[in-house]
Design a protein around this ligand. Structure first.
Ligand code: SAM
Length: 254
């Protein structure tokens, strides 16, 4: 199943805040070659282009639907259909940036040192990944997947995530770069609407599971997951719902 740009964009404002805060920590003068890995619909790429208007800014993604949306919004930028796991730039980049994408790529022990080799001297690798895999948003995915009639289909699709803690990224990247700055932030997102946490997850982590089911099973699976999520994230008195949203950030300078 491909990514769904409209579902992903429902929470665009909430999802973009970590992207902006990551970018604020990337301190470099006038880079000419900037890459956004896992650029999606191009929201994060547009931030990079606005920050460095004279740079050649390239967005890389393996989803044609996300890239189509990105290209339609910003035909002036460069969009490449490629898997991050095997991507390499034609020329060394000065900034390799990635917001909310590298957790989809396995084996960070191999991936991150290799990305550093694709930077020029003093180049910066900056990325942000979720750190909420032990939260109900994620644990209830596995629980719901393994308890329904869809268990045989979904069980093999449940994945372990490659995301590490800030201190682990510091140790991993330390020998390959001049400096590493790594940290964790928990945002408390105030969401509106009926059971909005289920809708939030539908735009990201549920996506490959829903795509593996028939439409009737996908609806039933999502309904079962949404019931659990409604209990785990009850609405506040004012009708909004609070979602703790933890992220790990890393900025490494070669
Ligand atoms: C959560 S979205 C983030 C999009 C964008 N960076 C943003 O901040 O709005 C994750 C994106 O990573 C892309 N992605 C996931 N795995 C990928 C891979 N192995 N190679 C390339 N892109 C990948 C998905 O297609 C999706 O567009």
């Amino acid at each position: 199943m491909s990514w769904d740009p409209a579902q992903y964009r429902r929470y665009e404002g909430h999802r973009l805040r970590p992207a902006i805060e990551l970018l604020q920590r990337v301190v470099i003068d006038d880079p000419t070659r900037v890459v956004d890995l896992g650029c999606g619909t191009g929201n994060s790429t547009a931030l990079l282009a606005d920050r460095w208007p004279t740079a050649r800014v390239v967005g890389v993604d393996n989803s044609t639907s996300m890239l189509d949306a990105a290209r339609a919004d910003r035909p002036d930028l460069h969009w490449i259909h490629h898997d991050i796991a095997t991507w390499a730039p034609d020329e060394a980049a000065e900034v390799i940036y990635s917001n909310a994408a590298l957790h989809w790529v396995d084996d960070h022990d191999e991936l991150l040192p290799r990305l550093v080799t694709q930077l020029g001297p003093d180049g910066i690798l900056a990325f942000q990944v979720p750190d909420n895999f032990r939260e109900p948003t994620h644990t209830l995915v596995g629980e719901t997947a393994l308890e329904g009639p869809w268990a045989d289909v979904l069980g093999p699709l449940l994945r372990s995530w490659s995301v590490r803690q800030p201190e682990e990224y510091t140790r991993l990247l330390g020998p390959h770069v001049d400096s590493v700055d790594a940290w964790r932030t928990t945002y408390v997102q105030r969401l509106h609407g009926n059971n909005p946490v289920a809708q939030w997850t539908k735009g990201s982590v549920l996506r490959p599971l829903l795509g593996a089911l028939t439409s009737a099973d996908a609806d039933a699976f999502f309904a079962a997951y949404a019931r659990r999520i409604a209990r785990a994230y009850p609405a506040e008195d004012d009708g909004t719902t609070l979602l703790p949203f933890s992220r790990v950030f890393v900025v490494a300078r070669r």
